[in-house]
Design a protein around this ligand. Structure first.
Ligand code: BES
Ligand code: MN
Ligand code: ZN
Length: 497
């Protein structure tokens, strides 16, 4: 678990004189105007010279730390140049990632206090939110189990900006809330399977719910079985660690059970060995993150509880450990789901759709009028879209439009894929209502199966198998979980700019 602290954030209109352990971040574009220095005029000559000499081009994802720049007879000042790329490609996401890179670079160089000069940008208040969100997610670190001796945390972030709008502080606060929720989600998803079985996952959810005044309940293995959730029960029964269904609610004051309810359903497989259809290869360890969808649902509720929108939300996380054992479900077995449909389990490694079928049916039983599910569902979506776009599947154009727009605004773009009966062959069974696998292409078949459980209720399925995990260290993030989906859900519920 992470024990990361958030640096304090302050706004200043002028740059303070140089001090030990501090640095100034200056943003540079690749085209004119190169440096939008809104403050710190004394830095202009050295920045101009560096640009003229071609020492720093300003490309996105690049940075340059100058150890001690002596400016105009001033005492030494550390400068951190941050590339923003070309103006034409620039957006809040680029800026957010640049801020993340800046703080990572600063921390690695033992800088305790970073002064960040806001470049001259349109919608400055909104961009300040992107800066804060980027900086705080940038500080995320998942070396939970490493002994460390020489770490210097970044203690202070000073944003230097002439901006004084009333919205500024609101935007900064929202950036902080969302970033902390994203980091909380990542820490859960990066936790090894051994320390996060379903009941521990549920306990972490309950601790968070208590801290942020959410209602939470854990439906245990016996109740799962009695309620008739054969999908979740079937996947969980091969493990020594029992399954759990986490149900978490945000109920705004003054609203009642007759008000509209939205459900977010997240896949919560705390480790996916594949079961009897055992996975092979070196990448199996990544399956500790097979609950990233569930963690994102919980993380979104963590932020929503603080932002307090007027919308009733329920988060549903069917959680299990997919293990091979003498009690495990076998290929060819048939399960009966909560919705009443039966599914032939052709491949025990296609377990996500089994637990989600019950999660979606449960959302409908609770009266949800709209559903979004998030799941690390298929390897095939990674083949199709890589890790830059989440696969979005839905039969409802209006709900799709809203989720797509939220995803775009949140900097987590999605790409719509088809869900239709053209793809029904792989889910047609001779022995049961459906089967869980029938060969490639699989992301579409998985989505089609889920759509049968959503029925007429507006539903969007987000396959985050690619976007929830970086398999390499990046300038703005460590190798590991990204918290994908949290920002999209928060944007969907809390909207605004
Ligand atoms: N959790 C996996 C999907 C996954 C794969 C997520 C790689 C992240 C990275 C899912 O449960 C799974 O095993 N899917 C199989 C299904 C197949 C066996 C029908 C897949 O996609 O290969
Ligand atoms: Mn699997
Ligand atoms: Zn899985």
């Amino acid at each position: 678990m992470t024990n990361q602290t958030t640096p304090s954030i302050e706004i200043k209109s002028e740059l303070a004189p140089p001090a030990e352990g501090e640095a100034v971040a200056v943003c540079i574009f690749t085209d004119e105007p190169r440096a939008g220095l809104t403050q710190g005029d004394e830095l202009q000559p050295i920045v101009d010279k560096l640009i003229r000499d071609g020492e720093f081009k300003g490309e996105a994802e690049t940075s340059l730390l100058l150890h001690a720049a002596n400016l105009n007879g001033d005492s030494a000042r550390r400068l951190l140049l941050i590339g923003l790329g070309a103006h034409a490609d620039f957006d809040a996401k680029t800026f957010s990632r640049a801020a993340a890179m800046a703080v990572r670079r600063a921390r690695a160089s033992h800088i305790k206090h970073l002064h960040f000069i806001m470049p001259a940008l349109d919608s400055a208040a909104h961009m300040t939110r992107a800066l804060v969100e980027g900086a705080l997610t940038g500080l995320y670190d998942n070396a939970f189990y490493r002994k460390r001796e020489d770490e210097t945390p970044l203690e202070q972030l000073t944003i230097i900006t002439p901006e004084r709008s009333a919205r500024l502080h609101e935007e900064i606060e929202r950036g902080r809330i969302v970033a902390e929720a994203v980091n909380w989600t990542r820490a859960l998803a990066d936790e090894p399977g051994g320390t996060l079985p379903p009941l521990e996952f549920a306990r972490r959810a309950a601790l968070m719910a208590e801290e942020f005044n959410l209602q939470v309940e854990t439906i245990d293995a016996n109740e799962i079985k009695e309620l008739g959730m054969g999908g979740l029960w079937g996947v969980g029964k091969g493990s020594d660690n029992p399954p759990a269904l986490i149900v978490i609610r945000y109920e705004p004051e003054g609203m009642s059970a007759s008000d509209e309810l939205w459900a977010f359903v997240g896949k919560g497989i705390t480790f996916d060995t594949g079961g009897i259809s055992l996975k092979h290869g070196l990448d199996m360890y990544e399956m500790k993150t097979d609950m990233a969808g569930g963690a994102a649902v919980l993380g979104a509720l963590r932020a929503i509880a603080q932002l307090k929108p007027r919308r009733r939300i329920v988060g549903i996380v069917p959680s299990a450990e997919n293990m091979p054992s003498g009690r495990a479900i076998k290929p060819g077995d048939v399960i009966k789901t909560l919705a009443g449909y039966t599914i032939e389990v052709v491949d025990t490694d296609a377990e996500g759709r089994l637990v989600l079928a019950d999660g979606i049916a449960y959302a409908k039983q609770l009266g949800a009028s709209r559903i979004v599910d998030l799941a690390t569902l298929t390897g095939s979506i990674i083949v199709a879209l890589g890790d830059h776009r989440t696969g979005l599947f839905s039969k409802d154009d209006e709900w799709t439009g809203r989720v797509m727009q939220s995803a775009e605004r949140a900097g987590e773009p999605a790409w719509r894929m088809p869900v239709s009966d053209d793809y029904k062959k792989p889910i047609e069974s001779t022995i049961a209502d459906f089967k869980n696998y029938g060969g490639r292409p699989d992301a579409t078949a998985a989505a089609l199966l889920l759509s049968k459980f959503a029925g007429e209720t507006p539903w969007v399925h987000l396959d985050i198998a690619g976007t929830s995990w970086h398999d390499q260290t990046q300038a703005h993030a460590p190798k590991g979980s990204t918290g994908a989906g949290v920002r999209t859900l928060v944007e969907l519920v809390c909207g605004g700019s």
